[in-house]
Design a protein around this ligand. Structure first.
Ligand code: FES
Ligand code: FE2
Length: 359
């Protein structure tokens, strides 16, 4: 590796752990079924506190979690007639953040016209999504697609997770299939070989060949070949900024929808979509308990190991943000470049931002 090239990738590596989000995308901020009528829930998206609630029709709204008057957190208040009422002096806000009443304000006087910030909201895949950027760009920007959602031929396991790390650290985890080493004692893949890498706009796609043992688990998920002790398969990993997806063509899709909470914290909403080799009538009947069992015995052991690694990586970065690391997987360097570019794109929309060279 040449020196200037090494320096560029080093700069990229360190910077990717400190950049903010490009706000002009949709981000999940809560499970929709946990947002109950008449409740106000606080969530945090890249250090912005947001109050979520449902109006009288059940439509979800997202407001900056701070009253216009003195900044008291609105999630401490209550929902009355589809509006949020601040607990301190009773100022009342509608779903667009307009102040619609102040209990002690003279009737003949016009109410303050300033608004609490409101965010565009979508409710999809049992998630509440918000668009924290320019609201005029929200409708033209699609919410990420989960094609299998609602399709009875797929079993979907919801995988919530909280990672004590920057979202770039978190997203690199599923993109770096070589970390199967960490899971070597679990029934996962081994012998990964990177066979392809391409980038198109804000999407990176990489292909790895991996090997599975032909055990009962591999057979249940259709991963095992008909003969022999092991089967070679392809894993396609994608970084569709700011979210990720791992695919085993025709077998499974694993979506990782990310909520960057702050520089050292990321909430993840995973959707593991599986085609299971059991009769569909049986899968339909046992869908819920089966999901729970898969989460407990198939997903959680991997997650626990991953979280420990990401936390350790993050802590080392915090102790020494200029530390020199050595990255040899071009997929990870590409992901870091995309993360940094998306941030710069938001900051410098007309110039395209600085260049960080090739990986
Ligand atoms: S701080 Fe909210 S009404 Fe006064
Ligand atoms: Fe992992």
């Amino acid at each position: 590796m040449k020196l200037d090239h090494a320096l560029k990738t080093q700069k990229l590596f360190n910077r990717s752990r400190s950049v903010g989000i490009n706000p002009n995308h949709w981000y999940p901020v809560a499970w929709a079924d946990r947002l109950k009528p008449r409740r106000i829930e606080r969530t945090t998206l890249w250090q912005q506190h947001i109050a979520l609630y449902r109006d009288a029709d059940g439509t979800a709204h997202a407001l900056e979690d701070a009253c216009l008057h003195k900044g008291v957190a609105l999630h401490k208040g209550e929902v009355v007639d589809g509006c949020v009422v601040c607990p301190y002096h009773g100022w009342r806000y509608d779903g667009q953040g307009r102040c619609v009443s102040i209990p002690y304000y003279p009737e003949q006087k016009k109410l303050p016209s300033a608004r609490v910030r409101s965010y565009p909201v979508h409710e999809r895949y049992n998630l509440i999504w918000v668009f924290p950027g320019d609201p005029d760009l929200a409708e033209a920007s699609p919410v990420p697609e989960i094609a299998e959602y609602g399709d009875p031929n797929w079993l979907i396991v919801e995988v919530p997770a909280r990672f004590p790390a920057h979202f770039c650290v978190v997203n690199e985890n599923p993109l770096d299939v070589f970390h199967g080493y960490l899971h070597r004692d679990l029934p996962g893949w081994y012998d990964p070989v990177l066979v392809g890498l391409e980038r198109d706009g804000r999407t990176i796609k990489a292909e790895y060949d991996v090997t599975f043992r032909n055990g009962w688990l591999a057979r249940l998920f259709g991963l095992a070949g008909d003969t022999g002790k092991e089967t070679r398969r392809k894993i396609v990993v994608g970084y569709h900024y700011p979210h990720c997806r791992n695919t085993m063509p025709g077998k499974s899709n694993y979506y990782f929808m990310r909520q960057p909470v702050g520089p050292t914290e990321t909430q993840s909403y995973g959707f593991l979509c599986l085609q299971i080799r059991l009769p569909q009538w049986l899968v339909r009947r046992i869908r819920k308990p089966l999901s729970r069992i898969l989460w407990r015995f198939l997903v959680k052991p991997f997650l626990v190991q991953d979280i420990e690694m990401m936390e350790s990586e993050q802590q080392t970065y915090l102790r020494d943000p200029e530390r020199r690391n050595v990255e040899i997987n071009p997929v990870i360097s590409a992901a870091q470049r995309l993360t940094v570019e998306q941030y710069d794109l938001h900051l410098v929309p007309t110039t395209g931002g600085p260049s960080y060279g090739d990986a």
